[in-house]
Design a protein around this ligand. Structure first.
Ligand code: PLP
Length: 404
């Protein structure tokens, strides 16, 4: 052992390069097998054609606000702005007279945490001494609980309907109960398990009916999966996520529907909210307006590549194909007597959970006796080579079902 290593209480030896290579190759083979069968989590894994491995040779790091750039030169801030522009358009931002602000984050979770933080800061500023509460449906993502915990504020869960959407009557009651405090409302565009769509228009109507000033509320739409495609598929106006409703912010994950080899997300909010949290930092020559200090520029580049490789038409077609195939599998399961749930405009099919063997083979996500598959690009009929399709899963599931 070298004398330098001896200085530390814990030490480990290096491995020869050949051994490291063998380990990586073995892991890659395992990862490939699992990747080819994965259909429980809403990840579009069909991104390989647009992967430029050479990009990983650079530490593309985005320190600071995409609108201001920064002193660290190895960046692609221009591409981040283009990505954010696309999402602003996708979410109806052009119809607003108000400026919007957005950035590429590390995940859907970061989006929710940063939205709640921004909301708390703004609401507390306006309502000295009155702590806001967070309201979201019981099918809402656990990141809202985490965000509320981090901000040391209370979160109340609202009852959800069978299709996974928030129960509007229960929301009306909650707004009444919390009539004396500022409210952060988290609405879901595509719940994690059932891909339920909260009725955004109805929720906003309730807020109007409270008669309280709009500044008593902050409304965030969590569209981790669905906000990336619902505006492209002619979804009904009341569930269509975006600034055609009087919301404050909206977000999506980048590695879910869009497809990215590293987790990421996009958050867009009204600029006036972001101004509340912005602080100038001299040595990055930028404003600190994002949760993370260092942010991956690699994912920014990758999102940009995916968005422009697909175009709006390509994304729309992926969504329509996924919705159609999910619907077909739903009908097939229903005909076989399976207790199935497939929401309109959704790519998710829920069903009673099968054997542990099938669950593991397809990386199925399970909750309260139910499992689901999410029809992403890599399990469509037109999927890239190597992937196992949704129909193969459906056959295996029905074989198992018929034996029960
Ligand atoms: C997946 C998901 C999230 C969290 O997104 P990550 O990118 O996994 O952090 C948030 N909300 C909903 C509804 C989700 O399905």
């Amino acid at each position: 052992m070298s004398s330098l290593a001896n200085m530390y209480r814990t030490s480990w030896s290096s491995k020869p390069e050949a051994e490291l290579k063998a380990i990586v190759e073995c892991d890659m083979a395992d990862l490939q097998t699992v990747t080819n069968h994965q259909m429980g989590y809403p990840y579009n894994l069909a991104f390989k054609d647009q992967l430029y491995p050479a990009l990983t040779e650079f530490l593309i790091n985005h320190l600071g606000d995409p609108n201001q750039g920064g002193q660290y030169g190895v960046n692609v801030f221009q591409k981040e702005l283009e990505v954010v522009e696309i999402f602003k358009k996708l979410w109806g931002g052009e119809r607003l007279n108000e400026a919007l602000w957005g950035y590429v984050s590390s995940s859907g979770t970061e989006n929710n945490i940063w939205a709640v933080h921004t909301a708390v800061k703004g609401l507390i500023g306006k309502h000295e001494g009155r702590e806001p509460v967070v309201l979201c449906s019981e099918e809402g993502h656990y990141s809202f609980d985490k965000a509320a915990d981090m901000m040391r504020i209370k979160l109340f869960k609202i009852r959800a309907n069978r299709d996974g959407s928030i129960n509007i009557g229960a929301l009306r009651n909650a707004l009444q109960v919390h009539r004396d405090v500022p409210i952060i409302l988290g609405l879901m565009s595509g719940t994690t398990v059932k891909e339920g769509h909260d009725d955004i228009a109805a929720a906003l109507q309730l807020i109007k009916e409270t008669g309280r000033p709009r500044q008593d509320f902050y409304i965030h739409v969590d569209g981790a999966l669905s906000a990336a495609f619902l505006p492209l598929v002619n979804a009904p106006a009341n569930i269509n996520p975006g600034f055609w409703h009087d919301i404050d912010s909206i977000s999506a994950s980048g590695h879910k529907f869009i497809g990215c080899p590293v987790p990421c997300g996009v958050l867009v909010m009204k600029k006036m909210h972001n101004d509340v949290v912005a602080k100038s930092v001299e040595y990055i020559k930028s404003n600190d307006t994002t949760l993370a200090g260092s942010r991956s520029g690699f994912v920014v580049y990758f999102l940009w590549l995916r968005l422009f490789a697909l175009g709006a038409d390509g994304m729309m077609n992926l969504a329509l194909s996924g919705i159609k195939l999910a619907g077909e599998i739903g009908e097939q399961f229903k005909a076989a007597g399976v207790d199935v749930l497939h929401n309109t405009n959704a790519v998710t099919v829920c069903f009673p959970q099968p054997s542990q063997e099938i669950i593991n083979k397809y990386s199925l996500l399970c909750q309260q006796g139910y499992a689901h598959i999410v029809v992403m690009q890599n399990i469509l009929d037109t999927r890239p080579e190597g992937f196992v399709g949704a129909r193969a899963f459906a056959r295996e599931y029905l074989e198992w079902w018929n034996k029960q």
